[in-house]
Ligand binder design. Structure first.
Ligand code: PGA
Length: 237
């Protein structure tokens, strides 16, 4: 594992964008798994500024609330397009998101995994970390699921994500997420964490213990993980 501790969010975003840009320049048909949420927004802004060629890049968004309307500005699909895809030259047909309106979420998840397999798996996946150590929407649990699946969000995640939704809206209680197996099969993993509120989850990741109750700890077994943090997130390591 390679670990970087940056002074602040901007430095973290800039470094992450350099690493992702290196991947894209080195392999112009890279298959990327991308997180949404607050953490990677700055990284995406930096990548946009680089004016790289994304025309051959395939992108898979790693999760989606369920159910949620595709036009809901809090859907991961909307967020990914708004913060990144609409500002680069990726081809629409190469961008794959989970449909929060799918009538059959299980087959939606199955098709998502088939598309990733068809592409030969992910070259690189860019992840944030939840306050509870979740990765994508793989929530702490006794058992983690390898493939893309519909699952329950924990009360903590629902409470944490309430800030993104309007007061009169209910946070969806379920989500579809790329499974830990697919994430783990990626050639390279880039994990980003910023802010003091992530310090406990980050310190658990570095505790030397692997447990499904903190899915991020499983990444300690992967052969190519780069974790980029700001000082605040790294303050309890
Ligand atoms: P955040 O979410 O980037 O909005 O903090 C991270 C996560 O929940 O995985």
């Amino acid at each position: 594992m390679i670990k970087f501790v940056c002074n602040d969010y901007n430095e973290m975003s800039s470094l992450a964008s350099e690493i992702i840009a290196g991947q894209i320049v080195g392999k112009p048909d890279t298959v990327l798994g991308l997180a949404t949420g607050g953490t990677p927004i700055g990284t995406y802004m930096e990548l946009i500024k680089k004016r790289l060629d994304f025309s051959k890049i395939a992108i898979f968004n790693i999760g989606e609330y369920y159910p949620i309307s595709n036009s809901n500005t809090q859907s991961n699909r909307f967020q990914l397009f708004d913060s990144f895809i609409n500002k680069i030259n990726a081809k629409r047909e190469n961008v794959h998101t989970l449909n929060g309106e799918a009538a059959d979420p299980n087959s939606e998840c199955e098709n998502f995994d088939k598309k990733i397999s068809h592409m030969g798996g992910l070259d690189m996946v860019v992840l944030g970390i939840g306050l509870n150590g979740h990765i994508g929407f793989n929530e702490p649990a006794e058992r983690l699921i390898l493939s893309c699946h519909l699952g329950d969000l924990t009360a903590r995640t629902i409470e944490e994500h309430a800030k993104f939704f309007d007061a009169d809206e209910t946070v969806p209680h379920k989500s579809m997420t790329m499974g830990m197996g697919t994430i783990f099969a990626a050639n390279r993993i880039v994990l980003l964490a910023n802010g003091a509120n992530k310090a406990d989850a980050v310190s658990q990741k570095f505790s030397g213990v692997i447990t499904t109750t903190c899915p991020a700890t499983l990444l300690n077994l992967h052969h190519d993980v780069t974790i980029i943090m700001d000082k605040a997130a790294a303050s309890k390591i």
